[in-house]
Design a protein around this ligand. Structure first.
Ligand code: GLN
Length: 559
């Protein structure tokens, strides 16, 4: 029978509940258990697809096209659990299902209420992941205990233990134990209050994971245990990490969390083997190189907006024994201050995805800089579209070239709406979403990186490269090296004669893992290291100006 772990959070938000849930999943997998991961988000949007990154950070896209919470990115990076749209439910989606059923007449005669109708819908969402071949489902409840909007979820998980037996359910609560400098001690009261609130709802946590800045002393551990009604060994310390989020699972192992879970849920598990993970950490902690990548986007103060890109760059660095320093650069600043000042120290430039006109001209400027100075460039989605606009304007001399997303009346719509999007009115869940195949041109940089011709990558866009301009672009050096299998949609463009200039319509960042870096990120970072090496050798000779075919390419080693 499938067992269930529910992860809740208390005291404050942003404690890293997603990372902790993902780490638990990773540890259980390393004990030979088959795990599934799920997240509930208490907001009323049906999914995060229509939210601004300011509200929500990155929207993480799955193979099946679901637009989900960024915690699902952690789940995918830490575990092998397959993720589908059933792995992320919001209050909006639950209510939508309930109201649709009500209109259909499924509850005929009844008054439809939060309990039992909404809680039943939540419980059936949890049950969707239970199966004969699944040992443990880990369900994270978004938000903080005490939030009004989270109550139906907490009520549902309380009932769940009654439905399937408490012996099959484990409640793990993540809290904060702040250290007060003035008092010279760690404070347990916020944790007591947050657990008190959970107990009022009827949930007695089995395990407490305490985020702390400093080691948790025996005295504090015992106090928390006594006041919160858990065993002292079930008070687990999770200290702030020095180097990397990939330290979290190992620090939980040091606190014997895996053993405790296996024992409490009576799981048949193998001994823990985390040697691969330890090697990974060793590589993270002892890099041989350091490389600086500029991410030029419009959310320069919001790391979460480009979460998976940061992670994918880190993974590439791990593979190449390099610490990747990411400099987030505001694209509007590039216009205000000029590219030279902001971009000249970089080893590589990445322009990520995005929507809306703000900051577009700065992205185009940054790409022009990368193209003409021979700086390794990686464009992703909107980044690829901007690279096409830049090339059309500055190399093909098509004045006013633009995307119809930003200028409907442009004389040269080098980026235009996908045909299938022309009749789409609604904004929610209607983009070209999820995994689609792509065929790579033999010998291209992309082909060399992936090592195969057929790939599948995840998408989230409405616009595409306008095929009417494809041959003109190619004639001057911007070549489509990846296409949809029917040849109609450009998925990858590369600039001939440039050391490394690759731009893709899809989002490769969603498929990178610390133990399996994405090939394009790896080769981009390799090219950046190569440029750094060349510059060290001849600081003055900054790999000359590059434009289309005009300059010889600097050879880049690929693996
Ligand atoms: N706004 C562009 C489009 O819709 C790019 C989207 C993206 O970068 N994810 O096609």
């Amino acid at each position: 029978m499938t067992k269930h772990i529910f992860v809740t959070g208390g005291v404050v938000s942003s404690l890293g509940k997603g990372l902790t849930a993902a780490s638990i999943g990773m540890l259980l997998e390393h004990r030979g258990l088959r795990v599934r991961m799920q997240k509930f988000d208490p907001y009323i949007n049906v999914d995060p697809g229509t939210m601004s990154p300011y509200q929500h950070g990155e929207v993480y896209v799955l193979d099946d096209g679901a637009e989900t919470d960024l915690d699902l990115g952690h789940y995918e990076r830490f575990t092998n659990a397959p993720l589908t749209r059933n792995c992320n439910f919001t209050t909006g989606r639950i209510y939508l299902a309930v109201i649709t059923k009500e209109r259909h007449g499924d509850y005929l005669g009844e008054t439809v209420q939060v309990i039992p109708h909404v809680t039943d819908e939540i419980k059936s969402a949890i049950r969707l992941l239970a199966a004969d071949d699944v040992d443990v489902v880990i369900t994270e409840i978004g938000g903080t205990v005490g939030d009004i909007e989270g109550l139906p979820f907490l009520e549902a998980i309380r009932q769940f233990a009654l439905d399937i037996g408490k012996q099959n359910v484990l409640y793990i609560h993540l809290t904060l134990v702040p250290y007060l400098k003035a008092a010279g001690e760690a404070k347990t009261k916020p944790t007591q209050h947050s657990v008190g609130m959970l107990r009022q709802i009827g949930i007695q946590p089995d395990i407490l994971i305490c985020r702390t800045e400093r080691p948790l002393g025996q005295k504090e551990r015992e106090k928390i245990a006594l006041f919160c009604n858990v065993e002292p060994r079930a008070v687990i310390e999770e200290r702030d990490k020095e180097f990397s989020i990939y330290e979290v699972p190992l620090s939980l192992v040091n606190n014997k969390l895996d053993e405790l879970i296996v024992e409490k849920l009576n799981l048949r598990a193998q001994p823990l083997d985390v040697s691969e993970w330890r090697q990974l950490l060793h590589r993270i902690q002892n890099p041989a190189h350091e490389v600086t990548i500029g991410v030029v986007g419009k959310y320069e103060r919001l790391r979460d907006a480009y979460k998976s890109i940061h992670e994918a760059l880190d993974h590439a660095g791990i593979a190449l024994s390099a610490r990747v320093v990411v400099r987030q650069i505001g694209s509007e600043q590039v216009v205000d201050e000029g590219p030279e000042r902001l971009l000249s120290g970089l080893d590589g430039i990445l322009v990520p995805g995005g929507f809306g006109e703000r900051g577009i001209e700065g992205k185009i400027e940054a790409i022009r800089y990368a193209r003409t100075k021979g700086v390794p460039f990686f464009g992703i989605c909107l980044g690829m579209q901007c690279a096409t606009i830049e090339f059309a304007r500055n190399v093909l001399k098509l004045e006013g070239a633009h995307s119809t997303e930003f200028d409907k009346a442009t004389p040269h719509p080098v980026i235009c709406l996908l045909h299938e999007q022309q009749k789409v009115q609604d904004k929610g869940g209607t983009m070209r979403l999820g995994a689609y195949p792509c065929v790579l041109q033999p010998g291209s940089l992309a082909h060399q990186a992936y090592g195969c011709e057929q790939i599948s990558e995840r998408h989230r866009h409405r616009y595409e490269l306008n095929n009417a301009y494809r041959s003109q672009l190619a004639a001057h050096g911007l070549v489509a090296t990846g296409l949809s299998p029917d040849g109609k949609l450009v998925e990858v463009v590369e600039l001939t004669g440039h050391p490394w200039f690759v731009a893709v319509q899809y989002h490769p960042e969603f498929k990178s893992k610390p133990t399996r870096p994405h090939p394009l990120f790896r080769e981009f970072v390799r090219a950046a290291l190569h440029r750094q090496e060349m510059r060290k050798r001849s600081p003055a000779g900054r790999s000359g100006e590059v434009a289309g075919r005009s300059t010889e390419s600097v050879p880049v080693r690929t693996s």
